[in-house]
Every structure is written in structure tokens, then in C-alpha cells.
Design a protein around this ligand. Structure first.
Ligand code: NAD
Length: 432
């Protein structure tokens, strides 16, 4: 049975970590190798144009995650230090109270048709709506493997854009169930099939036919409750000491800043995406699509704001909630062709796109809390320093065990600069 609790994982060597993961996860030895193997250049050259090779990033495992009562080992692909540690730490705290509770909606994507040159917009809109059932049946009549899997056209919506640089026009939304796919290709194909019928009915010209990345009918939500006494641990950093209540109130005040101010909200939401994107990337999903959807959703009221909320529940505990659009798939796209992405999906043992979205949104919430906790107590730089110092040590030319030595000396001195790393490295190499 999978366990996401592997104490001391961070202290192990790479080989020892792989051996531990083999014991703790459902992956076979071959799948474990694939999880961390580079993409073969010949596959890469079929994925993009003008390919020369591949570019790799670190892949780590976030531990301690329990989502809807199930332990899950979360693969994260990211170059930024502190993220995997932060998410794992917060997941450990959330675990004490049952972990994350997550839900996802049906996988409904929106395909858009921009209809130009329509004479009477309102009347055309009414004619389209009157033929809705017929149009949906028409879209679904096309040969589609999605249909046989229970997906397909679900609804039509009509909007009139009243103001734009070219004046008014009509927009049709085709609501399409894409099951376990991200669904871009299926939705775009369905929109193109629908277009001539819409032109016939409206007398206009169907110009753009493409999905929207503001997938607000395909949402995922995670919640967690952190007992206030658990928060006490977070308040003990070096010579600083905060009570659980102080940490809780500090996190809530930090959230309030993001709720009220777009400048802060952008950074707050970036912290959430620090958790979301690495899982999206590890599973071969389109992170630009997820980013676009997240930020557009954050601005849905007309004012950009926080994607998450943090509050005090009736028992005085810290309650977090993150709800966002999450159009991720477990079939299709790069997920299908990248062997590491397939292994990542298998590692999490997810059986549907919704289940993957529920894990992703939980990691986003954990990561958000990690950043808020650091900001509200020690400040971000202190916690970040030793990990950041390792990157600076590598940049200065350190390798092997010298990386750790140079990094810890810089962290101790609280001077994390490449010039200092070079000096320390030189003195260590010369044995002084
Ligand atoms: P896809 O077309 O490769 O895969 C989806 C197909 O998988 C379905 O049409 C179906 O035939 C098959 N399938 C098998 N089992 C399935 C199941 N259980 N549920 C659903 N389908 C199943 O990929 P896609 O998901 O349509 O598109 C994803 C790709 O499209 C990504 O690579 C993305 O980058 C790209 N894309 C994105 C945008 C955008 O976001 N604006 C636009 C165009 C393309």
C-alpha cells in the first residue's frame, strides 16, 4: 500500500531515496527509472518543431500528502528551492487533521465561436438557442472516441459582446465534456464542426473557433483545517517564538492583504502556482493553460484577487480553501507520449482527470500556506536562505560535498552571494 510518510527522506542519498520510493509506491522498478529518465531525443523531435534535444529540470517528491483520506506521493518538477520542502511540511501538518478534502466538477470545457457580421444580434441569439438541442445532437453525431467514453456536447450558451474595438458581435459557447483529457483538441474540433451550422442560423461569419482557457466550469477545490496547537510548531524558528494563535492570525492577515490588493495578490497566487505548476508539468500537462485559467479566474470580478481564502473556524483553528479552474488530463497531449509523465500519473495512482485536479489543488493550497507561514513569521528569506545558498554554491563552481559545505558557511554568515561562494570554495579547495 502506498504511504506518503517517509521520515528522513530528505537526508537520504539519491539512490536511497529511489529505493525507499520503490517500497512506498505502486511503481515497478522500470517505471521508477522512467520517472526520472530524460525524454528520448527522437520523441522530443516529434513533439516540437526544430528540436535539438531536451532540457531537464529537477523532479522531487512531495511527501505527507493525504487527499480525501488517501496517501499520495506527489511528483513535482521545479527549479526553485524550498517549494517541495514547504509543501511536504504543510501536508504533514494538514495530515494531523485528516489531510486535504478535495472535490472537482465534471470535466466541462468551453469552446468559443466568434460570430461576425450578424445583422440582428438578439434575434440571431434567440434562433441559436431555439435550435440548441438539434445543434448539440449534430456536434455529437461526429465520430468521436470521447462520445463512446461518455463525453461530448452538453450545452450551448450565447453571449453578445456589446463593446469591442470592432463593435458588437455574437459569441457562442459550446460546453463540452472531455472526460479524462485536457480536451483542447476535442473542443477545437467540435467548434469547427459547429461553425457552418451557426453561420446558417445567424447569417453571420464564424471567425474564431477555439477553446477558452478560462475553464470556470471545470473547477477543483481543496480545503484543510490546521489545529491551532499544530501551528505552534511553525512559530518556533531559531530565536523567534510565536504562539499558534499568532501564527494563525498572521496567516489570515497575510491572506487579507492579497484579498484586498492586486499587487500582493499576484505574488500570493504565484505562491499557489508554485505548488500547482510542478505537478502539472510532471504529468505532461499544459501549464500555460493552467496559469492562464488561474489568473483570469482571479480577476473574474473585475478586480484581481487571491485565489485562496484563510480564516479562523468556530473552534479557533486555521481553515484554508483554494478553488480554481484546473483543466488537467491523464490521457492525450504530452501525458501520452512522455514516459516520465505516464510514470508520474501512475505514482499518484489517479484514475481520472478529476482525481488528478484534486491532488493538484491540494498541493497549491499547501504551498500557499507554506509561503504565508514563512512571511507571517520568520520572513521568506531566512527559510529560503540555506536552499538558495546551495544553488549559489553550484553557480560558483562547487560540486559533490563541497556544495553543502559552501552553502552552510554562507547561510551561517548570512551572506549568500556568488563572490563569497567563490572565496569559500577556494579556501576549502586549498584546504585552508
Ligand atoms: P489529445 O487530443 O491528444 O487527447 C485526447 C484524446 O484522447 C481524446 O480525443 C480521446 O480520443 C482520447 N482518450 C482516450 N481515453 C480517454 C478518456 N478516458 N477521456 C478522454 N479522452 C480519452 O489531447 P487533448 O487533451 O485534446 O489536448 C491537449 C493538448 O492540446 C495539450 O498538449 C495542449 O498543450 C494542447 N492545446 C492547448 C490549447 C490551449 O490551451 N489553448 C490549444 C490547442 C492545443
Amino acid at each position: 500500500m502506498t504511504t506518503s510518510r517517509i521520515p528522513g527522506f530528505y537526508n537520504l542519498t539519491l539512490e536511497e531515496r529511489r529505493a525507499k520510493l520503490a517500497d512506498a509506491s505502486p511503481l515497478s522498478p522500470g517505471e521508477l527509472i522512467r520517472l526520472t529518465s530524460p525524454l528520448a531525443p527522437d520523441i522530443a523531435s516529434h513533439m516540437v518543431e526544430n528540436a535539438l534535444g531536451t532540457f531537464s529540470l529537477p523532479l522531487g517528491i512531495a511527501l505527507n500528502f493525504m487527499v480525501n483520506g488517501r496517501d499520495v506521493l506527489v511528483p513535482m518538477v521545479i527549479e526553485e528551492p524550498s517549494v517541495i520542502a514547504g509543501a511536504s511540511f504543510m501536508a504533514k501538518l494538514a495530515r494531523a487533521n485528516g489531510g486535504f478534502t478535495a472535490t472537482s466538477t465534471e470535466p466541462l470545457m468551453i469552446g468559443q465561436l466568434q460570430v461576425l457580421d450578424v445583422e440582428e444580434l438578439s434575434q440571431a441569439a434567440e434562433r441559436v438557442l431555439a435550435k440548441k438541442a438539434e445543434l448539440l445532437t449534430y456536434v455529437d453525431a461526429a465520430e468521436s472516441s470521447l462520445k463512446s467514453r461518455g463525453g461530448g456536447a452538453r450545452d450551448l450558451e450565447v453571449r453578445i459582446i456589446e463593446e469591442s474595438p470592432i463593435g458588437k458581435f455574437l459569441v457562442i459557447h459550446l460546453i463540452y465534456d472531455v472526460r479524462d483529457a485536457m480536451g483542447a483538441n476535442a473542443v477545437n474540433t467540435a467548434c469547427e464542426r459547429l461553425a457552418p451550422k451557426i453561420e446558417e442560423i445567424t447569417g453571420g461569419r464564424a471567425h474564431l473557433k477555439i477553446l477558452s482557457n478560462l475553464t470556470d466550469k471545470r473547477m477543483a477545490k481543496a480545503t484543510c483545517v490546521i489545529p491551532v496547537n499544530e501551528l505552534e510548531i511553525l512559530g518556533q524558528v531559531d530565536n523567534l517564538s510565536y504562539t499558534g494563535e499568532e501564527v494563525r492570525d498572521g496567516i489570515i492577515a497575510a491572506y487579507a492583504f492579497a484579498a484586498a490588493d492586486p499587487y500582493r495578490a499576484a505574488t500570493h497566487n504565484k505562491g499557489i502556482m508554485n505548488g500547482v505548476d510542478p505537478v502539472v508539468i510532471a504529468t505532461g500537462n499544459d501549464w500555460r493553460a493552467i496559469e492562464a485559467g488561474a489568473h483570469a479566474y482571479a480577476a473574474r470580478s473585475g478586480k484581481y484577487t487571491s485565489l485562496s481564502t484563510w480564516s479562523k473556524d468556530k473552534d479557533g483553528n486555521l481553515a484554508g480553501e483554494l478553488e480554481m479552474p484546473l483543466a488537467v488530463g491523464i490521457v492525450g497531449g504530452a501525458t501520452k507520449v512522455h514516459p516520465a509523465a505516464q510514470a508520474a500519473v501512475k505514482l499518484m495512482n489517479v484514475k481520472s482527470a478529476g482525481e488528478l485536479a484534486e491532488i493538484v489543488v491540494s498541493v497549491g493550497l499547501a504551498q500557499n500556506m507554506a509561503a504565508l507561514r514563512a512571511l507571517a513569521t520568520e520572513g521568506i528569506q531566512r527559510g529560503h536562505m540555506s536552499l538558495h545558498a546551495r544553488q549559489v554554491a553550484i553557480a560558483a563552481g562547487a560540486s559533490g560535498e563541497l556544495i553543502e559545505k559552501v552553502a552552510s558557511q554562507m547561510a551561517e554568515e548570512r551572506v549568500v552571494r556568488i563572490e563569497r561562494a567563490v572565496e569559500i570554495l577556494k579556501s576549502l579547495e586549498s584546504g585552508k
